[in-house]
Design a protein around this ligand. Structure first.
Ligand SMILES: C[S@@+](CC[C@H](N)C(=O)[O-])C[C@H]1O[C@@H](n2cnc3c(N)ncnc32)[C@H](O)[C@@H]1O
Length: 276
């Protein structure tokens, strides 16, 4: 595997996914009962923004770099920004954001396949019994850990999509996870290169999932080239109450704060389950 998230950490897609992740975690935190946070593709947790990089090319400048020092209107943006800027010079990935928010009643299971990334993830977290780091395949975790004893959970699926087959693999894994845990909140990230390809994939996913879905897309370039990362998509299965209404506030503002390309845009779309 060639993929290293360090090159992309803090880019516009990371900002899109992490603002949404924090909002989803906050929705689950509104109830006292504990829950499981399962991160199937966790990465190394913490990413230095400057060290060891050609900073003129650093993708974070077009992402989190656009938001640092701003005071957004939407509460979800302010909330994530406070967490993202908690440690100057580093950018927290999904497992670290979750670790900052979980309570003693909650649990986290964080899976990372690459051993060096996994070791770094281990080091980036202060040890806590309720947070488990596993150096292994996150897709297997969906089988092993679902349904959680708590009967509440957020499953975050954020693969690198190095192979075209990954798109089908994600749908299979999601369908399998939902068979085990139909009421869980699942959030799947996907790259957007071409709008038609994404629509087809989301349609397939929605038919297999057969649960309510909220689609969130943010793009910074026209989605018509099948080259480069034009946009970022999040498919949220079993979206928590009121998330859609809130997303209609924060996503347009986020798009405005980060857009510096003509052809940038966003979409929030609710997809009901197919009729039986
Ligand atoms: C996009 S990055 C994850 C970023 C992280 N979720 C975040 O938001 O900070 C994808 C990660 O998945 C890892 N990976 C790839 N295949 C995997 C698998 N089958 N199981 C677990 N991790 C995998 C890669 O090594 C990489 O670190």
């Amino acid at each position: 595997m060639k993929y290293r998230h360090s090159y992309h950490a803090g880019n516009f897609a990371d900002v899109h996914k992490h603002v949404t992740l924090v909002a989803l975690l906050d929705a689950l935190l509104r109830k006292d009962a504990g829950f499981l946070y399962l991160d199937t593709h966790a990465g190394r947790g913490s990413y230095p923004l400057e060290a060891g990089r050609d900073t003129s090319q650093a993708e974070w400048r077009d992402g989190v770099g656009k938001l640092l020092g701003t005071t957004p209107r939407a509460a979800e943006l302010t909330r994530w920004l406070a967490l993202a800027g908690a440690e100057a010079g580093t950018y927290p990935g999904s497992p670290l954001l979750a670790a900052m928010l979980l309570r003693p009643a909650d649990r986290a299971a964080l899976f990372e396949l690459q051993s060096d990334e996994c070791a770094a993830l281990h080091d980036s977290l202060t040890s806590a019994a309720r947070i488990r780091v596993a150096c292994g395949d996150g897709y297997h975790a969906l089988k092993a850990l679902l349904p959680p004893a708590e009967r509440r959970g957020l499953i975050f699926i954020d693969p690198p999509y190095e192979e075209p087959a990954d798109f089908d693999r994600v749908i299979d894994a999601l369908a399998n996870g939902l068979q085990r845990f139909a009421t869980g909140v699942f959030c799947v990230w996907a790259p957007v290169k071409h709008a038609t390809d994404l629509t087809r994939w989301v349609g397939k996913l929605a038919r297999r999932a057969a649960r309510p879905i909220l689609l969130s897309q943010l793009w910074r370039a026209p989605r018509d080239a099948r080259a480069g990362l034009a946009g970022s998509a999040l498919v949220i299965v079993n979206p928590p109450w009121q998330i859609e209404a809130r997303m209609r506030e924060w996503l347009p503002e986020l798009q405005q704060l980060m857009a510096n390309h003509s052809g940038a845009g966003y979409e929030v779309r609710s997809i009901p389950p197919p009729a039986p």
